[in-house]
Each structure stands twice: as C-alpha cells, then as structure tokens.
Design a protein around this ligand. Structure first.
Ligand code: SF4
Ligand code: SF4
Length: 396
C-alpha cells in the first residue's frame, strides 16, 4: 500500500470512531493542520510507527489523545507511574474503539514506584495487568524494562536488564497474548550506552529507547548501528536536549522541528516519543513529520548549542562524578533541575531531589571543587549544582 494511501486510510477509519463533535471541529480545520506524514518500521517487529509519537508522561486529558490519533499518531507511550496517564488513555480508547490501529506501550512498574531489583515474576505480571485494567484493554503492544542506568551500579542495572523473573513474566504474558514485544529504555544518568548495547546483544529485547539528540552522546551511534544490524527497533526520547528557552531567544517551533528532523534523519531510528501537554503542540511538533533535515535546521541547532550548550548536562554522562569525593550525583541533580526549570515539573523535581541520599548541599561550601573543569562540554559544575540545590529546596 502506498504511504499516502495508508495514512488516508488510517485517518478515515479513525474519523468514524472518535466523538463526533471533536471530529467535526477537527475536520473543518483539517487543511491547515500538520499531521503525521511518515510511518516507519520498528526493527523486526510488525509495527509501523508514526515518526513523531505520543509521549503520555504529562497527559491528563483523553481528548488530547483523540486529537493526536486524528492527526495520524498511532504509537502511545505511557506508564503506571505517569499519574492519570493510563486512565486518560483508557478513556480515549473507550471512544476510539479501534485498539488494533494503535500501538500502546507501557512499563513494568506500579503507580508511584518502579519495580525494584528482586521483584518476583508475579510482581511483573501484576504490573502489566494493572496497566491493562486502567486502560481497559486486553493487551499491550510493548512493555518496557525502563529507566536503566538510574542506579550508579552497572552490575545492578545489568541484572535488572537480564532479570530472570522479569523474563519469565514476559514469556508468560506473551504466551497469554497480553503483551507482544519486550523493550528497554535508558536516559541515564549512568551507563546508558553500555546498558543499551548489552540489551541489543542480549537477544531478547525487540526495541530499545535511548535518549538521543543533536547534543551527541559519543557511543550512541555505535549502539543504534548494532541495533539496526540485529533488527532491534530504536525509538528516540529526550530529543529536545533540555528544551531550554530561559533566555527567550529562540523562535517557538523552528527549534523543536529542527531537533526532531535531526533525530529522524538517522535511518536506524524508527520514530521519536515526545510529551504532549496541549493541542497547540500537535501543530508545533507534527510540522516535522516526514520532513528532511536541511541546512537551515542545522543553523537553528547550532544557535541553540551556542546559547545553551554549557548549560545542558548530557543525559547518560557521569564523567565528572569520579572527581567528587563526596559522591554528589551530578547528572541526576542536573536532570532534576531540568525537570524543574525547563519542563515545568517543579513538584516532581523537588520530590526526586528530596529522595537523594547525597545532594548538592555539599557543593555550597566546597572549597576544593575538584570537579572544576571536568566537564568536556563546559558545564560550570559547582555553580550549576549550587543553583540546582537552591532551586530544588527553595533555599535562598
Ligand atoms: S556536568 Fe558535564 S561531565 Fe558532568 S555529568 Fe554533566 S555533561 Fe557529564
Ligand atoms: S562542588 Fe565539590 S561537592 Fe560539589 S560536585 Fe564539585 S567536588 Fe563534589
């Protein structure tokens, strides 16, 4: 089937299913609305995913899911610990009614907490059954062992990746038709590339989801090449490199689209997942679907890198932490600062920060500052950490 034909067919079918008022409203404005222009094969799976796909981490409304589907998005990424996300998707599914037209991915976790290492097969099965119950559906297309590299210990995270209880649960769920594919994700802050390469070489993961953006990670190209060779699908996340606009110097839209086009120019990447919070982001983000990366896009990204390059702590990097005798988890803290400052997730950022056993309080009076000059990207580490500590504790 021709790509355009496929898209048109998908939308026509979807149009019959979604609430009529929403549909009529959308149809009126249809000629002007950007929509998905490209679907790509996800590794050896039978999934053709929309190149720009729906991250439901901040989702609270079913109508936004329906609007996204109407624009051609067919892949939805959620998790039990994304607040009301799964319930909102469930409400959308109850209106859309064509479960088989969508790809739904969720995670091996529970509302409020990730399944720790040592969890039993029954815990993993209960996690998936909870997701199915909240979304009112019979199966997940994809289930993730997620957030690999959250812990500093490579050994522990590697055990999580290859955990026998998790694999046994997956095998049983697959045999029962409750899940179709196994995936894993990492945005660090520790050992992202090493762990994902292990996943690719392990042989039982169908899909990996790395943080991937134009502020490169040195070994990630090697990981996605290996994935392509083994038929493991690659989905990118964290594609906006912090999505900074604190100086208000960039034009909304052009940066996001350039960053997406940069990711999608890699043939190893089937698609990217980006969080949608409001309808206007459909216009903003979907303009990049199916579009080639151009010189003008590179200029936009160069400008962004010049403005924010030394502010952005690279996801998955923890190089400078070796220099700190106190053991301050630099990458983790600066990620929490990003949640607070750039994503607007202030409560989440402060909660995560409050749970750290070692935080950046130590940096406030650190005279040695052995971390000085240790960041190859020029991040002024001590100043960034002191600022993060004040932001995340509201101390002046
Ligand atoms: S501050 Fe620099 S060296 Fe340290 S973790 Fe972040 S990117 Fe890596
Ligand atoms: S400022 Fe001191 S305590 Fe903070 S990360 Fe650097 S070396 Fe460690």
């Amino acid at each position: 089937m021709e790509r355009r034909t496929f898209i048109k067919g998908t939308l026509t079918t979807a149009g019959a299913a979604v609430a009529s008022t929403l549909w009529a409203e959308s149809a009126q404005a249809e000629p002007k609305q950007p929509r998905i222009e490209q679907y790509r094969k996800l590794g050896k799976t039978d999934i053709n995913m929309s190149d720009i796909s729906f991250g439901a981490g901040r989702l609270s409304s079913a109508s936004l899911v329906l609007r996204a589907i109407q624009r051609g998005i067919n892949y939805i990424d959620t998790a039990p610990d994304y607040g009301p996300s799964e319930a909102a998707i469930g409400e959308a599914l109850s209106k859309y009614k064509q479960r088989d037209k969508l790809v739904i991915a969720s995670k091996f976790c529970q509302p409020g907490y990730h399944l720790p290492l040592g969890s039993k097969k029954a815990d993993y099965i209960a996690a998936v059954e909870g997701s199915l119950r909240r979304m009112g559906c019979d199966y997940l297309d994809v289930v993730f062992t997620h957030a690999l590299g959250s812990d500093k210990s490579l050994e522990q995270e590697s055990q999580r990746l290859h955990d026998g209880e998790m694999l046994a649960a997956y095998a049983e769920l697959k045999q029962q038709g409750k899940v179709r594919y196994l995936a894993t994700s990492s945005h660090g802050p520790y050992n992202m590339e090493t762990l994902l390469l292990e996943a690719v070489n392990g042989g039982y993961y169908d899909i990996i989801m790395p943080a991937f953006n134009f502020m490169k990670f040195p070994r990630l190209e090697q990981v996605i090449q290996a994935a392509q060779q083994k038929g493991v699908g690659v989905i990118a996340m964290k594609t906006l490199a912090g999505a900074k606009d604190s100086l208000g110097e960039r034009q909304e839209g052009s940066f996001e689209q350039a960053a997406f086009k940069w990711v999608l120019k890699h043939p190893q990447v089937a698609g990217l997942v980006i969080s949608f919070r409001k309808t206007s982001e459909l216009d903003l983000f979907l303009g990049a679907s199916g579009q080639a990366f151009a010189m003008a896009d590179q200029k936009v990204l160069d400008r962004y890198a010049a403005l924010y390059g030394n502010h952005y702590c690279r996801t998955g990097c923890s190089d400078c932490e070796r220099s700190c005798e106190v053991g301050v988890p630099v990458g983790e803290i600066l990620r929490q600062r990003m949640y607070f400052e750039d994503y607007g997730d202030e409560k989440l950022a402060m909660q995560l920060y409050s749970r750290l056993s070692t935080n950046a309080q130590a940096c406030v009076g650190c005279d040695q500052a052995a971390c000085a000059g240790q960041c190859r990207y020029g991040v002024p580490i001590q100043a960034a950490l002191v600022g993060a500590h004040r932001m995340l504790t509201l101390e002046s």
